[in-house]
Write a protein that binds this ligand. Structure first.
Ligand SMILES: Cc1cc2nc3c(=O)[nH]c(=O)nc-3n(C[C@H](O)[C@H](O)[C@H](O)COP(=O)(O)O)c2cc1C
Length: 473
């Protein structure tokens, strides 16, 4: 599989094309130091053989925030260096920190805007990024990723909503000025061979925001300035965020937030078109900087098809790897059937929003990390024909009797076919029933369920049940 072909990014060689994009864990304290929970979280990804681990956004400056890692001072270096070393000792996974600058925001609803910044403050941002990148290099990381996506400072300069009236605003060239200054300053500090990646929005997904038309040109400039990879995200802006009284504005609550972390309601690979459009454009201009596509990519088939068709060079999977950090290892070993599959319910996102420690709803209750098991024994059904279905107005109700397992049943995958077509996995649940509210009149649906354990061993499929939904009129 192309997914497991190594790829060189400047001086680092990734074992495979699977990238863990940055995902804030809220596992650190407000002090910003690496702690045991953080180490455990990332060692789990290394053990699972993720090609490139991008550590959650860490601040290049001292501004106040909730729980967030920091790389704004040398005092944070020992903890970060230890984390880098432990990841390297665990597996061939490569690891880079994502470094971020953000503006002030308060619970009163006030937030600092880029138009409030003086030229001196802008120059300081450039210095902060260069210093932080240098620290990343000192700590033994394999590279560094510059956060230029979502609602944060560099993204706000790139934004079509940039309201500055000087050399940092108005035109696309001016909007790219700070980004360019940061890339040049970082490169100067870390040298030619240290991998420097960038993450930015392929589309802002807000009214009046930029689209692929601008992001292609921004990416080309990044490539011309010598960045080593370009990771494409989308949305996540303050402009359409939904205010909550007494809470700081969270930039993933509006439509652009949905586009950043597409939920179960979105089609798979929802944002791949952005990576594709950017890759096509920079390639046609003679630049082959690797491009990372992210956004609801969770199956090996889809990942492989994206790579094979040349729509991106690498595959980012955030929530799918949170649900099962062993995804790469299992798929490499031909055990896709053992992967615990993300249901894109976005509980992780709401934990982040509320400054609570980010976990996955599929994990056993109270766990801070994904469970690990080498067990080989699959669950079995406790009775024959365990599954039944009932028809209600506008929905169906599936109910089944429990499965048994030597180490405990972890959850149940639900599969559905429509009008005799192939079965698709609908979702997974932990309990013994499911309301399917997405059925529509005039169609026949068939279902089965499969129990899985902590190692991802699946039971035999249950009996199949079928139901025809009458037209409502
Ligand atoms: C809890 C959580 C925290 C995130 N934190 C970051 C972050 O620190 N930096 C970043 O660039 N993206 C962040 N993201 C966005 C993800 O990197 C990713 O782009 C998004 O989840 C879509 O990818 P997926 O469908 O594979 O999950 C976060 C997403 C989640 C769910």
């Amino acid at each position: 599989m192309k997914l497991f072909e190594p790829i060189r990014i400047n001086s680092m060689v990734l074992e495979n094309r699977i990238v863990l994009p940055a995902m804030v864990t809220r596992l650190s304290g407000e002090d910003g130091y690496v702690n045991k929970d953080i180490r455990d979280r990332y060692l789990r990804f290394a053990k699972g053989e993720v090609g490139l681990i991008v550590l959650e956004a860490m601040a290049v400056h001292t501004a106040k925030s909730g729980p967030l890692l920091r790389i704004c001072d040398d005092q944070f270096k020992p903890g970060l260096a230890e984390l880098a070393r432990m990841i390297h000792d665990t597996s061939p996974s490569k690891v880079v920190p994502q470094i971020i600058h953000f503006l002030k925001i308060s619970r009163s609803g006030w937030r600092q805007k880029i138009s409030d910044l003086s030229i001196e403050e802008i120059k300081q941002i450039v210095i902060n990024y260069a210093d932080a990148a240098m620290r990343a290099q000192d700590c033994g990381f394999d590279g560094v990723e510059l956060h230029m996506a979502h609602a944060y400072t560099l993204s706000s300069f790139l934004s079509a909503k940039n309201a500055r009236n000087d050399a940092y605003g108005r035109t696309l060239e001016n909007r790219m000025r700070l980004m360019s200054e940061v890339i040049v300053a970082v490169r100067k500090r870390v040298g030619a061979s240290f991998p420097v990646g960038v993450r930015f929005d392929g589309e802002e997904c807000i009214k009046g925001g930029y689209t692929l038309k601008d992001s292609q040109k921004i990416a080309l400039r990044m490539a011309q300035l010598g960045v080593d990879y370009i990771s494409i995200s989308a949305g996540g802006k303050f402009e359409d965020a939904i205010p909550k009284p007494g809470e700081p504005l969270y930039p993933y609550t509006g439509y652009s937030g949905d586009r950043c972390m597409p939920s179960a309601d979105y089609p798979d690979g929802a944002n791949v078109y952005l990576a594709e459009g950017i890759k096509q454009y920079i390639n046609s201009n003679g630049y082959y900087t690797p491009v990372i596509a992210t956004g609801k990519i969770s199956t090996p088939e889809l990942a492989e098809q994206i790579l094979e068709s040349g729509r991106s060079d690498l595959i980012g999977m955030a929530r799918a790897l949170l649900a099962d950090p062993d995804w790469p290892k299992k798929v490499r070993e031909g055990r896709w059937g053992n992967v615990i599959r993300c249901i894109y319910c976005n509980v992780c996102k709401s934990l982040d929003e509320n400054f609570r420690r980010v976990t996955c709803t599929l994990w056993p209750k109270g766990s801070l990390q994904a469970p690990y098991s080498d067990d080989k024994i699959a669950p079995t059904w406790s009775k024959q024909d365990p599954l039944g279905v009932q028809l209600y107005t506008g929905c169906t109700r599936l109910v089944w009797s429990e499965a048994k397992d030597n180490e405990g049943v972890y959850g149940y995958d639900i599969f559905r076919s429509e009008n005799g077509g192939p079965y698709f996995r609908l979702t997974a649940v932990k309990r013994l029933g499911y309301w399917d509210t997405e059925v529509v009149g005039g169609n026949t649906y068939s279902y089965y369920v499969q129990a899985y354990d902590f190692a991802g061993n699946r039971s035999e499929p249950s009996n199949k049940v079928e139901v025809t939904i009458p037209f409502p009129v």
